[in-house]
Design a protein around this ligand. Structure first.
Ligand SMILES: [Zn+2]
Length: 362
């Protein structure tokens, strides 16, 4: 399954950036260091990076490749984004967890690596949904980024991506590693990376592994550091180690006229339909508390033919009929007046909506 991304698509995305300023800043820093001037209270890591680029690796995880790739990246002191093929993730969940445990970021690269634009909308949704589920099941977190195989996309695909809350990521620079590029050629291609951009590489080529230390060295010499891809902008940015779990909004405050808490009903749950497609839908439940709580459980009753296939920001018991969802480890504690959400994917028609929502807190 060799990817074959069109070079034109990658090249068309290239943007100009303020290189001279970045170079000047890096040069000034080097001058200051070389001349022995004290760089007062400078956070050394932040000061060394005048811009961020994203190293991306598609098509894994695969036994025999991914572990070596992770170790090479760790040895080079960089983090990268892995766009996993869903069925590979399903077959190798331990490798997906290894990516996560190595502080790599994980994106969705479809289930079977098809030419997505040749699929029906329902098939597109299936390719994306199954991969979201496989990665969520392996790591506990569903991806926020989607890279279409062969970098082929259209309006229908982008609409499906949006249904799953995914940001489409192309590539500014094509390493050509899929095209038997030599290690020298891969390093040369990576040297074109500018701040904010991402480079397309793959999980499997040996030449890519060999190129990584030289790529990182080249970037460092230009003041560029390896960063994450912002789900908001699709551009490479500084790593955010405080990234909240997906779909978890900041706590909100209710007006002071809130009635006094009733211990037996310290939380409430409300449902909304996020999106629907043929044969499935995505729902979201908001849990609001009227008193400080440390755990919550929501029960809801699905209509006939509906079955939950995936839940995030919560842990589900049951898939049909009355389904119980308790908080995840990180969103059970709510202040009085606080709220959180969990989301789910379900098979079946979105109508009628789930009924009988109740929230209880021990
Ligand atoms: Zn691919």
């Amino acid at each position: 399954m060799r990817p074959f991304p069109p070079e034109s698509s990658a090249a068309a995305k290239t943007r100009s950036v303020r290189r001279p300023a970045a170079v000047a800043a890096a040069a000034a820093l080097l001058t200051a260091v070389a001349s022995g001037l004290a760089v007062t209270a400078a956070p050394s890591m932040a000061a060394a990076c005048t811009g961020y680029v994203a190293l991306t690796f598609d098509d894994g995880p695969t036994p025999g490749n991914t572990t070596n790739l992770i170790n090479t990246l760790k040895a080079a002191g960089v983090r990268a984004t892995f766009f996993n093929v869903g069925q590979n993730a399903q077959s190798n969940p331990a490798l997906v967890r290894a990516q996560r445990d190595a502080s790599m970021w994980i994106g969705n690269h479809s289930w079977t690596h098809p030419h997505m634009t040749q699929l029906s909308q329902a098939q597109m949704a299936s390719e994306i949904s199954q991969t979201q589920q496989a990665i969520q099941q392996a790591t506990g977190t569903a991806p926020k980024l989607f890279r279409p195989p062969y970098l082929e996309s259209n309006a229908t695909l982008r609409a499906v991506e949006a249904q799953f809350g995914l940001t489409e990521i192309n590539a500014d620079v094509d390493s050509q590693d899929w095209n038997n590029a030599s290690t020298d050629q891969i390093v040369q291609n990576a040297s074109r990376l500018q701040a904010g951009q991402s480079i397309l590489m793959h999980d499997w080529p040996a030449n890519t592994i060999a190129a990584i230390p030289r790529i990182v060295s080249n970037l460092a010499g230009r003041g560029l550091c390896a960063g994450m891809i912002s789900p908001t902008t699709g551009r490479a940015v500084a790593p955010d180690d405080n990234t909240p779990p997906p779909s978890t909004p900041p706590p909100t405050t209710t007006p002071p006229s809130t009635p006094p808490p009733d211990p037996s009903g310290a939380c409430t749950a409300t449902y909304r339909l996020v999106s629907s497609w043929t044969g499935g839908f995505q729902g979201e439940v908001t849990v609001s508390s009227t008193a400080a709580i440390t755990a919550w459980t929501v029960r809801m009753t699905l209509a006939g033919g509906q079955s939950v296939s995936n839940v995030w920001n919560g842990v589900a018991t049951g898939t049909t009929g009355t389904v119980s969802v308790r908080n995840a480890s990180y969103n059970g504690t709510l202040n009085a007046g606080g709220s959180t959400t969990f989301g789910f994917l379900a098979n079946g028609s979105s109508s009628p909506a789930p009924t009988g929502l109740t929230c209880t807190s021990p």
